[in-house]
Write a protein that binds this ligand. Structure first.
Ligand SMILES: [Fe+2]
Ligand SMILES: [Fe+2]
Length: 317
């Protein structure tokens, strides 16, 4: 591939850019003038940018294919402090380029094999035999999917290998927390972290590029009830101590903290409370970084839906 366009991270306001990007999502909207326009997101490995095609038609909209790579030429503007691309010309890239789509997909910043090795090493240090057996069994049976699975369809960690990245960073933080506070069962906390989102592997359906959608089971049940069933199934297969099974199920049940976010009960053991807080922290920090990616210093982000529509500020320090 000879074409060298502008990477999304390098887009600068006021310039005209040409690049090769994946069309991540598209939407046909009506402007106040009554004219149609396409609201869309383009991504490459370095990030995502919102783009618009003004004066669109339904035919033009139908012709745009999501998850395909396009040559895009457009003007980069700063709109409400956020970079936006006004598309002037676009063309679908050749089949040879479409085959290399992996090079364009946003991925977790660490190698999946290394993240998995970190998690496996942590499991090997468990003193509790049942927890080691159970978590090892989960990792072994799901290894292939875990390497590329995203953690979400569109919220935090919705990138290739995002689930592994989420687990790994939570584990790193948990090690710190467990060294500071007393009375925490480390094995239980670490096992809960590795297993808490385990049924995202079944709640979502993902291609190997980490582009996901909800399954029927995922839509009707969600990863929390599905995870509780999976823990039961694995525990029965491996004859795990029922107290351990129950604690892990409680940790999965409560990890979203409140009923509005899918947890019918609040955490009632310290390891569940810490899991919930670490989960929230990791998602928040991810969203902060992501939302400020295309924001210039001294400007605010768009309202962030996952954070009660807060607008985030990129300071100049
Ligand atoms: Fe979750
Ligand atoms: Fe999570």
């Amino acid at each position: 591939m000879n074409f060298q366009g502008t990477r999304i991270v390098d887009l600068a306001a006021g310039s005209v850019a040409t690049g090769l990007y994946i069309l991540k999502q598209k939407e046909l909207r009506k402007a106040q003038s009554g004219k149609l326009f396409v609201n869309m997101d383009f991504s490459d490995k370095t990030g995502t940018v919102n783009a618009k095609i003004w004066d669109a038609t339904p035919e033009l909209f139908d012709g745009l294919q999501v998850n395909k790579i396009y040559y895009v030429k457009g003007r980069v503007d700063l709109w409400n402090g956020v970079l936006q691309l006004t598309v002037d010309k676009y063309k679908m890239a050749e089949p040879e380029i479409q085959e290399k789509i992996e090079d364009f997909v946003p991925s977790a910043p660490e190698k999946p094999e290394e993240m998995l090795a970190y998690i496996e090493q942590c499991v090997e240090s468990f003193e509790n035999d049942d927890l080691r057996l159970l978590v090892r069994y989960f990792l072994e049976t799901n290894k292939e999917k875990l390497l590329y699975w995203p953690a979400a369809k569109s919220l935090h960690h919705a990138v290739r290998s995002g689930l592994l990245y989420h687990i790994k960073r939570m584990l790193m933080n948990a090690q710190g927390v467990a060294n500071v506070y007393e009375g925490i069962n480390k094995d239980l906390l670490f096992a809960g972290i590795i297993l808490h989102d385990m049924d995202k592997l079944n709640e979502l359906e993902s291609n190997t590029l980490g582009m996901a959608d909800y399954t029927v089971e995922g839509q009707l049940l969600g990863h929390i009830p599905m995870g509780i069933l999976s823990i039961q199934r694995m525990s029965d297969d491996l004859s795990i101590d029922p107290e351990i099974t129950l604690m892990l199920q409680h940790m999965i049940l409560t990890h979203h903290g409140i009923p509005e976010y899918g947890s019918p009960k609040p955490p009632m053991i310290i390891e569940a409370e810490i899991l919930h807080l670490l989960d929230l922290m990791d998602a928040r920090i991810y969203d902060f970084t992501e939302s400020l990616q295309n924001v210039e210093p001294g400007e605010f982000s768009e309202p962030v839906w996952s954070m009660d529509k807060r607008r985030l500020y990129k300071h100049k320090i």
